[in-house]
Design a protein around this ligand. Structure first.
Ligand code: NAD
Length: 433
């Protein structure tokens, strides 16, 4: 199938590469020339496990190409996938639809023959109707259907999730559109759940899922706070809860709060949609508020550790919003760091295995950058772990202790076992135990 993908970011690029690997002819379109130039020069523009290898393989096989030209990508496409950003509006926090509307308007002129236009971007309920109207107005002769095809991939596992989806949700209102999407996902037939639903249901499923997961994280973080006061261990509590198949063990890891480019914006957008529809979504509103507060509480936990020191030095390990990605957007690590840096005094050195370039763009010269965890720890009064990178688990605690001024760890990802850290001479503060 000939597929055009508009938007070559964290969703568009892995999707394009994955669809090419399945044998489709893919054209990835992006309005940012620097991205397209880099991809055409054989340089991958974001980090995802296994993506680079598949990218080179499919470029070499001639199954995927990159362009800034809508015309070039859309004219021959059977299917156009919109994967542009839907960032939060700075004031209302609703999903800002300017990129979606621009993409729909720009693609309209180039539709030829019957084409399915699918949204993989996370979009408010009713967006499919808006896209339909925009395209029809611009090109009244266009023969097309608009489908909602929400994306559930986890950043850091985008390639794995593309080939092993838990489910594929298709919001299609016509038989022809359903047939095109069924053909696209034929390789997954019998291997995963393919759910055909109303377009508006599909749009809602994505927000309802992300809001539910955010609430689950907020819940276990509240339990972590409770365990710290009551003498229970949140891991044992989570293990006991997760063994109940109605609850399930996933998303019961306590930490510094949820973040990333999806959960904060999608919970806010869902809450906004609730308010617009006069529906009480107070559970979601509470999770949003609690999650914001949590990052402030965690920053205070770090600052309390260096209170009273004349020239406090803080070493921060982890900047990406989670392990396995270089993405720092809405990263709890960056927000906690922002709180720490808002207080005069502490000097901060940071290290992340993959996110240094992205972090540098956001932090500039407000911090010092280390080449590894040990360099960051040199002379520090507290070592703070903010992202759950596997490589941090393998750090030599005795070596770290030997490098530091005061031997303190605030481990907001529970990377280390308390007994190992204390055996190495650390005062150790994890989460929920
Ligand atoms: P991103 O910012 O990484 O990528 C979006 C890309 O679209 C950018 O490269 C931008 O230049 C391009 N773009 C914007 N307008 C364009 C236009 N008119 N024509 C061509 N290119 C255009 O965003 P992302 O993280 O890939 O997210 C995309 C959508 O997918 C969002 O709605 C997001 O909520 C949703 N989503 C993201 C994830 C994730 O893990 N990042 C997971 C599921 C769903």
């Amino acid at each position: 199938m000939k597929v055009a993908i508009i938007g070559t970011g964290y969703v568009g690029l892995p999707t394009g590469v994955g669809l090419a690997e399945l044998g489709n002819q893919v054209t990835c379109i992006d309005r940012e020339p620097s991205k397209i130039d880099a991809l055409n020069a054989g340089k991958i523009t974001l980090f995802e496990e296994g993506l680079e290898e598949l990218f080179h393989k499919n470029v070499k096989a001639g199954r995927i190409k990159f362009t800034t030209s809508m015309k070039e990508g859309i004219e021959s496409a059977d299917l156009v996938i919109i994967a542009v950003g839907t960032p939060p509006h700075p004031i209302t926090k609703e999903a800002d639809m300017k990129y979606i509307h621009a993409a729909a308007t720009e693609l309209a002129d180039y539709l030829t023959g019957y084409t399915v236009v699918a949204t993989k971007s996370t979009v408010p309920v009713g967006t499919g109707d808006d896209i339909e109207t925009l395209i029809s107005k611009k090109n009244p002769k266009a023969d097309f259907d608009v489908v909602s095809l929400p994306e559930f991939l986890r950043e850091g596992f985008a390639v794995y999730d593309f080939f092993h989806p838990d489910r594929i949700v298709v919001g299609a209102n016509t038989k022809r559109a359903k047939e095109v999407i069924s053909e696209l996902y034929k390789p997954f037939k019998g291997k995963t759940n393919m759910l055909f639903v109303k377009r508006r249901s599909s749009e809602t499923i994505k927000y309802a899922s992300n809001a539910f997961l955010a609430i689950k994280i907020h819940y276990i973080n509240e339990m972590a706070n409770f365990c710290e006061k009551s003498g229970a261990d949140v891991y044992e509590v989570a293990m006991g809860m997760g063994a109940d198949s109605r609850i399930g063990p996933k998303f019961l890891n306590p930490g510094p709060g949820y973040g990333g480019s999806c959960f904060p914006k999608d919970t806010n957008a869902m809450a906004f949609m609730g308010r617009m529809n006069g529906v009480d979504l107070s559970l979601i509103e509470t999770a949003i508020k609690g999650n914001d507060q949590r990052k402030k509480q965690m920053a205070k936990r770090v600052l309390d550790c260096v209170a009273g020191l004349k020239t406090p030095r803080i070493a921060v390990l982890g900047l990406a919003f989670k392990g396995g990605t270089d993405d720092c957007r809405e990263s709890p690590a960056m927000e906690i760091l922002g709180e720490i840096l808002s207080v005069p005094g502490p000097k901060v050195t940071v290290y992340d295995p993959k996110a240094m370039d992205n972090a540098r763009k956001m932090l500039g010269n407000k911090v010092m950058y280390a080449k590894d965890a040990y360099e960051a720890a040199k002379g520090a009064d507290v070592l703070v772990i903010l992202t759950e990178w596997n490589s941090f688990k393998k750090l030599d605690l005795a070596k770290l202790a030997g490098l530091m001024n005061h031997k303190r760890i605030v481990d907001l990802r529970n990377t280390f076992r308390t007994e190992d850290a204390t055996a190495a001479g650390f005062e150790y503060c994890g989460v929920g135990k």
